[in-house]
Design a protein around this ligand. Structure first.
Ligand code: DAH
Length: 318
């Protein structure tokens, strides 16, 4: 069998044959041309077959059981110039960075949690109708893909309780993926991202929370913003609020046009108590809001479904 190089050389040589057509007597030209074309077709087919064979040989199977090599110098695992970071991850990094600049620690949630962290530790009493809004998917074993990042509140409070004992505060954000049994449309996805915030100290107030949130949104949208609140209901906060920002002017927002960005409130005494924190000594506030919506607003995106779609045309715009 000829090699790919030999075939390509043959194809090139055939090019010279075409040049000879003008020297062939007119009566024979058609036949001459037909023969060259046939030959060309034949070579092209052989090239195609040879290229496919070469490709097959080139596919080295990936050993997915191979151990990681953490001690090898980078860039062992870094991809080549192909591919890029998902826009949501880039934005999530920005979100986290803003909170870190304000002194917050960052904790990652799980993508599979349990009944206790999803409901009981958040003061949802058994059979309370508020459970319905968060009752999403379950595995056959009864584990729950979390419907909100609040599932981490109890763990954060317990893990950081030592800060309070040392006279410091608890200040933690939890960015993560959440899942809901939604009717999917342009503004609802079954899988999306949230960022939770938890703050506890002896003397913090709702005013401090609003200050932190306004600071966050002004940094994220890089402009001054008005904020507004209205009463809400969450079993794990008392009082509970819906927090709104003025729609950014850069996105065509008009004076007095507000959009809801997150739920928040003062952490319910029962939630603190369950984590072993004395609610007569310490107070806390918490908030949680969607990242997808935040990003959509920043870039003027109209359809949340693009994020999980894997559409390259969309992803390449970032
Ligand atoms: N977890 C709530 C949701 O997804 C939002 C929320 C409300 C988070 C109040 C909080 C909070 O931390 O205190 O609907």
């Amino acid at each position: 069998m000829q090699t790919l190089e030999q075939l390509k050389a043959e194809l090139k040589a055939l090019g010279a044959e075409y040049a000879k057509i003008k020297d062939v007597p007119p009566a024979e030209r058609a036949e001459f041309g037909r023969k060259i074309n046939l030959k060309k077709q034949e070579i092209l087919e052989k090239i195609k077959a040879a290229e496919e064979a070469a490709l097959e040989q080139d596919v080295t199977p990936i050993d997915i059981t191979a151990p990681a090599a953490p001690n090898q110098p980078l860039p062992v695992f870094l991809p080549s110039e192909n591919g890029s970071k998902h826009p949501l991850m880039t934005e999530l990094d920005r979100v986290v960075e803003i909170y870190q600049m304000m002194g917050f620690d960052v904790v990652e949630p799980r993508q599979l949690d349990d009944e206790f962290h999803m409901f009981d530790s958040l003061n949802f009493s058994k059979g309370h109708p508020a459970r319905d809004g968060y009752d999403t998917f379950r595995t056959e074993e009864g584990y729950i893909p979390p419907a909100h990042t609040s599932t981490m509140q109890h763990r954060v409070l317990k893990a950081y309780k030592k800060n309070l004992e040392q006279g410091k505060n608890i200040a933690v954000v939890v960015p993560g993926r959440v899942f809901r049994n939604e009717d999917v449309d342009a503004t609802h996805e079954h899988t999306f991202y949230q960022c939770e915030g938890v703050y506890v100290s002896k003397d913090c107030t709702l005013g401090n929370m609003l200050g932190i949130l306004r600071e966050f949104f002004e940094k994220y949208y890089e402009q001054k913003l008005d904020i507004s609140t209205q009463p809400g209901y969450f079993p794990f906060t008392e009082p509970s609020l819906e927090f709104k920002i003025e729609k950014p002017k850069t996105l065509g927002g008009k004076k007095g046009e507000f959009i809801e960005m997150l739920g928040c409130g003062m952490i319910h005494p029962n939630v603190l108590k369950m984590a072993g924190i004395d609610p007569t000594v310490y107070h806390g506030f918490a908030w949680g809001g969607g990242i997808d919506r935040l990003v959509m607003l920043r870039y003027g995106l109209k359809d949340v479904r693009y994020f999980e779609s894997g559409k390259l045309n969309f992803l390449k715009e970032f």
